[in-house]
Each structure stands twice: as structure tokens, then as C-alpha cells.
Design a protein. Sequence first.
Length: 505
Amino acid sequence: MESETSGGLRSKDLQRKIALAAGLIGIIILTIGFGIYEFTYESGIQDYISDEVWYVSSARTILLKYFGATPTGLWDGMVRVTIQLSYPPSEKAYAERVDQARAYIEGLGGRLVKGKEYYQYKSNGDFLPAICVDVPPEKLPAVNSTPYSSKYAVGYCYPNAKNILDYTNPEHPPLVKYLIGISMVTLGDRPEFWRIPSIIAGALILILIFLSMRAILGNVMGGLLGAVAALLTVLDISFRSLSMVALLDIFVALFTYLTYYFTLRGKLTYSSIALGFGFVSKFSGAFAGVPALIEWIKKEKPAKVLLLLIYVPVLILILISIPFIIKDGFMDWWSVSVGGAFKWHLSQKTTGGPPQAMPWDWLLGRNPFPLHYVQTPTGEWKADLIAAGNPALYLLTTALSIYLLPVFRKLADRGVTYVFTWGTYLMYIAIYVLGAKTQYSFYFIQIIPLLYTLLLLQLHFFLDRPKRVLEVGRKWVEIFRTFIDWLAGLVRVKVEVRVEPVEEL
């Protein structure tokens, strides 16, 4: 009898080990495959994708202006340079200036990469009068003497946007631009290298999803469901698209999830630091501070929670902005990069351009943001990178969340994922009310990894004990009956606030 019992225990232990190994192997294969796919695909797009024109260009300018550094990389042994010309009085004069500048560069042994066909003249002056050229490294100092040249910058060709060689993107914090700049200096100023930090951020999110599910449900079930949640995230086209472009939002998603992960693990200091890094990636990274505050205020002294979740992100913003503060002065930095940035974010920024999508549109897949187009064999242009997501799973998660509202604290994580997912989402509705009417579907990437984690936790809640479906239903019936009785004046709703002393440890 004992032999049979011990044999059964060994069999179960073996099954657990196999399940754990399957989860580990699954997440490793998934993460590596994801990275290879992302790099292979984005390497085929040798130009700016969507708003990379602003973030990559500003990263290049910040390197030169605030760090005195230039990107590395050669094109067939040549150095690539964008030469800005003085603004011409007419289109004819512009063509003549471009021809003279090109002739001068060719005389140096260089070659034209992009000319007036790319940097097209506009009568309203809203263009960059420039040429992009390759020159021999030893002739780089002579570029400064190019006819009609006003300035030049080393690196990949700048886009055709007015004053882009001076643009530092002050409306957004600098962390991601630093990361892009590091890739330019270490790997080279080429499109496939700009995007490597984004691919790494996406891969780290997948690993964090796996680790979070293991922390919540244990090694075996958590490992399996963690791998499934990570797979669902990879299959989301918004996640794949935003993980292979040099934009800010995938980093906001990473640090938001990291804030959530450290909250799960009970590490307040680390959670506040992760929140800070999200904040200096893009100011919307601070949205995760609201659910973090809700969760931590119950566990720690309120003064300590407020101190860490508010002052640590502000301190990180100041520290990471020191190059700007030193060069431009604190007040100039504050008025432009903080005061001016917040005013800009809470305004309606544009009425044209890409399709706008409000937070409720994200769940329905309405007005998806196209990031990149390819031409089909029939000659039609089709968006291959698009922030469209998976509305079916978004709506399923939403429906389950609504149904579980009365008992969400009974989920395996005590409702932490629920609070982080919907607390962060509701912040976008809050800023919409405050004036931020211009929003896009790719903003949802901040919440997508949390949403898939929540989906698996909610499904596990019901599948682990199917009768919970009826139990939650009875809870809703009880709530509705109480509400009807209140309308009829049969009961009164009394809210009682109790203050209890905390025992000193």
C-alpha cells in the first residue's frame, strides 16, 4: 500500500516537473522566436516608420547637442551626412542650390543619396531644404564649406521636416531617445538598429508575463498559463507592431508591467523605480501610479507610499534630464519640457492626420492606427504594421471583468491585475475629460500585456471551479435586489469608515 502511495506521489511529482519544464521551454522558444521574427521583419524596412521621424531624429540631435557625440556606421566606406541649406526665395533658386551643393560633394568624391525629390520644396516654407550625401571620412570637415550650407549632421538621412536638425522632442521625456542614441553609437545609425531597444522591451514583457503568472499561480499552473498569456500577447498585432518600431509606447508598456510585477512581489521601492522609468519614457507612464497607489496604500504607511510613488519618479525625471538642465538652464528646461509638455498633452493636438481612436474605440478595434504600408502585387497600398489588436479577446476580457466586478478581489492575485489593468485604462478616459481629445489606438499597448494576464487569471478563476459562475451570478442578484429595495425605500445604504490603530512591529 505504501509502495503504491509513494509511486503515485512520484508520478504526480514527475507530471509537475514535466509541466514546469514545458512552460519554461515554451517561454524560451517563444521569446527567442519573437526576437528573431521582429528583427528580420523590421530589417526589411530601411526608412523611418511613422513617428520614428520625430523620435529617431531627436535622438540623433540630442547626441550631438547635449553629449557631443555622433552616430557610428559607414555606407560602403562612406560617412552619411544631411546638409541643411539656407531657405531659398523660390523653387527655382532651391533647385540651383541643390545642384551646386551636389556638385561640390561629388567633387569631394562623395555621392548624392537624397535630393530635392525627397526634400521637396513647399511655397509655405514647411520643408527641409537639404541634401543627404555620402562622403569619404577624411573629407567630412570639408562638408562645412558646401555652398549655401547652414549646418550639417552625421548619420542616417533626416526626414523632410522643417527645422528637424534642431528638434529635440521636448514634449516627451528623454529616456527612450537616450536608448535609441545608444544604439546609434554602439551599433550604428541604421533603421534596423534603432529598433533593437524596442524588440528587447517587447521580449522582456513576455518574460515578465510568464514570471507574474508563476508568482500568482505557482510554478506548474503559473508556468503553463504564463506561456499561454505570453503567446496571446505575441499574437496581438498591436504588440508585434509596436515592438519593432522606435517609438516610446512599448517602453511605457514594459515599465508599467514592471511596476505591476514588483507590486505583486511586494517590493514597493522597486515598484516606484519602475514607475519612474515609465514616467521618463512618456508621461503617460505615470498612469500606472494610480493602481499602484490603490494597492500599496493598504499595505504600507500612506506617507511612505506617497513619498516613493510620487517623489521617486520626479527625482528620476530630474536626474535623467541633467544634460538639458545644465545646457539650457533649469527654468528653461522646466517651462518647455515639463510645463509646456503637460499643456500640450492636455490639448487637442490635431484634427487631421491618422485616424484618432478614443479609449472605448480600442476595445472595439475601431480606427486602428496604421504605422507602415506596403504595396500589394495588385498595386494597392496595405498597412502591414497597424495598431489593431485583437478586439474579440479585448471584449471577452472586458465582459468577464464586468461580471467579476463584485468579487474581483477573490481572484488568485487578490485583484491586483484587475486594478492595474482597468486603473491604467481609466486614466486615459480621465485625461480625455480633462482635454486630451487627441488619442490613438497604439496608446493601448500600455495595457495590452496586463489585459492578457487578466484574461488568463479570470478564465482560471472559473475553470478551476466552474460553480463559481453561478456563485457570481447570485452575487449580482443580491446586489440588484438591494438596489431595488433601496429605490423602494425598504433599506438604507450606510457607509461606515473605521479607523483602527496599527500595531507596532
